[in-house]
Design a protein around this ligand. Structure first.
Ligand code: SAH
Length: 375
């Protein structure tokens, strides 16, 4: 087996994103505005434009002094995401956006419209240092953390798309946010927390999306889950378990060499106690690797008295991988076994497969290469 390479710290030498309104607390926003010689109340106007109307172009703000617009554009609301391209599938109900950041780095987000909700799946890092062998993002390693502004801007862009009426079904509101794109959110803790505050704070301080409609998915960084317990923001926690036994999990989710299955579940239990929220267990079913009945049985026994729900994800094979999704009959048996233990279980649909926008398919470098060869 190749040596497991885990990266918890951000590589040095990367230039940080320009500072942005969404990086700051309400107090700092007012202070920064005053530093520019503007009255503090202008911060509320900016918040209103950005978080309520999803408008980040000061030139279009008729209630804002023309002389201050350029200053705000440069110092407060620099453009953080440049669209590279969007591709759609599922009759337009799934749309992947590829963004270029200030330093040329690429990240992706995916917007999915369902009958009862519209969800954006966002990236918290460019690349990922967790090195899970079945995940496309992990293969390229970690490039850098995203800033709170860069994370928030993906959500604001999605909200704008929803309202524009571009998605089939007409104009709608963005209702859910999942941190299931590129990156390990708890390895970029402070920026992710600030972006969550931006998402859940009532308008106009934030986007006003309920904490319950925000899902943070993690490989299981126990210290991060413990910190999250103290935040008092009851987002939905999802733990990427993928197998109930440490032996296999050491390979599938290499951070398991640091925090074992039981420790991760104990931390998630504490989160559930603290927030009153049931957590999710993510489990990508990989044919003949983690889909055996004995593993379903072990998982059922582990979870039967816990406040957890299992989300089974048919593996989305990544290019060059020897692994593939489980047989339908094995998937069905796995579900039945868990249900036998009274463990709630759902099989996730795999939106966005043909645009490489589905789970674990986020590898922006790949996409850019495809882009270029298209020309
Ligand atoms: N780093 C976080 C969030 C990113 S991925 C985490 O690991 O939870 C979101 C989910 O997609 C995780 O559960 C991840 O394990 C899963 N995933 C990654 N690659 C996948 C693939 N090829 N097929 C199915 N699910 C995958």
């Amino acid at each position: 087996m190749s040596e497991i390479k885990l990266v918890l710290e951000e590589p040095k030498g990367r230039k940080k994103a320009p500072e942005h309104f969404a990086d700051w607390s309400a107090d700092t926003r007012r202070a920064k505005i005053q530093e520019l010689g503007l009255p503090a109340f202008r911060a509320n106007q900016i918040a209103n434009h950005y978080f309520v109307h999803h408008d980040d172009d000061p030139e279009s703000w008729s209630d804002f002094p023309a002389s201050a617009r350029q200053l705000v554009r440069d110092q407060i609301l620099p453009r953080l995401l440049t669209p590279v391209r969007s591709i759609a599938c599922d009759n337009g109900k799934t749309r992947k956006d590829l963004w270029r950041l200030h330093d040329g780095v690429l990240v992706e987000s995916v917007l999915m419209r369902y009958s009862d909700r519209t969800t954006v799946c966002i990236s918290s890092q460019a690349g990922c240092g967790m090195n899970c062998p079945f995940c496309a993002t992990g293969q390229a390693g970690l490039t850098r953390n995203l800033s709170a502004g860069e994370i928030t801007a993906q959500v604001v862009a999605a909200a704008r798309t929803c309202e524009s009426g571009e998605l089939p079904g007409g104009a709608t509101r963005l209702s859910n946010v999942v941190f299931m794109g590129m990156g390990e959110p708890l390895a970029n803790y402070n920026a992710v927390m600030q972006s969550i505050r931006n998402i859940v704070s009532p308008q106009p301080e934030g986007l006003g999306i309920g904490a319950r409609s925000v899902t943070l998915s993690t490989v299981g960084l126990v210290t991060g889950i413990e910190k999250l317990c103290e935040e008092g923001i009851p987002v939905t926690l999802a733990v990427s378990l993928h197998t109930p036994d440490d032996e296999l999990r050491d390979t599938l989710v290499p951070i398991n060499s640091r925090w074992k299955v039981k420790e991760v579940l104990t931390a998630a239990d504490r989160y559930a106690d603290q927030t009153g929220r049931r957590y999710s267990i993510e489990y990508a079913l990989i044919r003949d690797i983690n889909d055996q009945q004995w593993r379903a049985d072990l998982l059922g026994r582990l979870l039967k008295n816990r406040n957890a729900h299992v989300n089974l994800i048919p593996l989305n094979p990544t290019p060059g991988s020897k692994w593939t999704a489980s047989r339908r009959e094995d998937e069905r048996e796995f579900v039945k076994t868990l249900e036998g233990y009274g463990v709630p279980v759902t099989v996730r649909d795999t939106r966005g497969r043909e645009i490489d926008g589905a789970c674990g398919q986020f590898a922006a470098g790949e996409t850019l290469r495809t882009d270029r060869s298209d020309n």
